[in-house]
Design a protein around this ligand. Structure first.
Ligand code: GLN
Length: 193
């Protein structure tokens, strides 16, 4: 079984760890850059992207994360994590890491849709639709070369994207009982997908 680290500097990292543990995957908390050497993949959780990026820079993660990603480490960003790994934002802050070829807009669904839920058909996921939980979610504004849309809202807006071993969801699979998307990421980490 691979080891999937969860960036544990802010946000709902505990929920991700609990899902991974439920499916039998070792999920150490990553609080310092050198701990990335001990894991095969990384989840960047939801939370507050400006705070997460600030702490990434304070703890010196930026260079290591870029190098790890370039070397092929699978990374999955959920919600704020999607903002963190994007190549550009339509917002002035924060400065994203520029790992995945997407342009993202923060809090893009407006006040009326601050939080909402929608059943999603996710590519490569067997079984019934996946219940998507969205909380002040980002929107993917532009899809760059090599990026594949894995799920969209009913209105066509993409909410799950993949670029090789990088994966991002605007919603929060860690807040549901459904472990299928975590299992999918583990398969990416195993190199089986
Ligand atoms: N709106 C938050 C941000 O901009 C993300 C929200 C979330 O991760 N649930 O960082």
């Amino acid at each position: 079984m691979p080891r999937v680290g969860v960036l544990a500097i802010q946000g709902d990292f505990l929920e991700h760890r609990q899902v991974l543990e439920r499916i039998g995957v070792d999920a150490p908390e990553i609080r310092l850059p050198h701990q990335l050497d001990d894991v095969d993949g990384l989840i960047i959780p939801g939370g507050e992207s400006t705070t997460i990026v600030q702490l990434i820079d304070i703890y010196g993660f930026r260079k290591t994360l870029k190098a790890k990603s370039k070397a092929g480490m699978p990374i999955w960003g959920t919600c704020a994590g999607m903002i963190v790994i994007a190549s550009s934002l339509s917002d002035r802050r924060p400065e994203p890491l520029g790992l995945m070829n997407i342009r993202v807009s923060r809090n893009a669904f407006g006040r009326q849709f601050d939080s909402f839920e929608q059943d999603l058909t996710v590519e490569e996921l067997e079984g019934p639709p996946f219940h998507g939980v969205f909380i002040r979610a980002p929107a993917v504004k532009k899809i760059g070369d090599g990026v594949r849309v894995m799920a969209s809202l009913d209105d066509g807006r993409p909410v799950a994207v993949r670029q090789d071993r990088l994966f991002a969801t605007a919603f929060h699979p860690e807040l549901t009982d459904d472990t299928r998307i975590h299992e999918m990421f583990v398969r990416i980490v195993e190199g089986a997908n």
